[in-house]
Design a protein around this ligand. Structure first.
Ligand code: FMN
Length: 181
């Protein structure tokens, strides 16, 4: 990837530049630099944010929806989900607790945007960095638009994937089951 092009400079975010002595808003805006590196359908980046005292409101930016290829907005919501996940991973990395509160239908919608979630952020005394192994991946991850490789998926990765469980609105690893039971 040629990171010297202006549109790639978003990827040059450095964790060391986190404004640890800055105001809450400044810190949250820094976290959003990680949120916007999420994958999105056709690279539409269909998100918009409003930083508040308690965290961030995350919206669908209606101008960026794909009304023909994604009429039911499934891909838009998946893109927003990836963005929110990046935000949570970054928030926990920099010492916040992050609680995602999904918006109910028809709440806060106008012609430009639609509320998807409130991500409530608060400084966290304990180190709850359960996703920290993923933090480094945020700035390294990208989609490979190449032909599929014919290599077999390593057995170790297949077994790891089998340890994930999925239930209603949660996804986790088998060893974390006790957290939700
Ligand atoms: C919901 C969703 C659907 C996607 N569908 C495709 C797809 O069908 N084919 C493809 O090559 N990439 C697909 N992508 C990958 C996007 O094109 C890619 O995330 C976007 O161009 C940004 O590039 P990046 O992931 O390298 O940051 C999809 C991504 C998302 C989030």
């Amino acid at each position: 990837m040629n990171l010297t092009k202006p549109n790639y400079q978003a990827w040059l975010v450095e964790a060391a530049d986190f404004p640890k002595n800055g105001a809450f808003k400044e810190k949250v805006e820094f976290l959003l630099r990680y949120a916007i590196l999420a994958p999105s359908a056709h690279n539409t980046q269909p998100w918009a944010f409003l930083v508040r005292e308690s965290g961030v409101k995350v919206y669908i930016d209606k101008k960026r929806r794909l009304s023909h290829s994604d009429p039911e907005q499934r891909q838009t919501y998946e893109s927003l989900g990836a963005c929110i996940e990046n935000l949570v991973i970054a928030a926990e990395h920099f010492g916040f607790s992050a609680a995602v509160e999904y918006a109910l239908a028809n709440i806060e919608e106008d012609s430009d945007k639609k509320l998807v979630a409130n991500v409530n952020l608060a400084p966290s005394a304990g180190s709850r960095r359960q996703h920290d192994d993923l933090f480094d991946a945020i700035t390294k991850r990208h989609s490979a638009k190449l032909e599929y490789v014919s290599d077999k998926i390593p057995e170790s990765l297949l077994s790891e994937l089998k340890t994930f469980w999925y239930a209603k609105d949660k996804i986790g690893r088998l060893k974390d089951l006790n957290d939700v039971l």
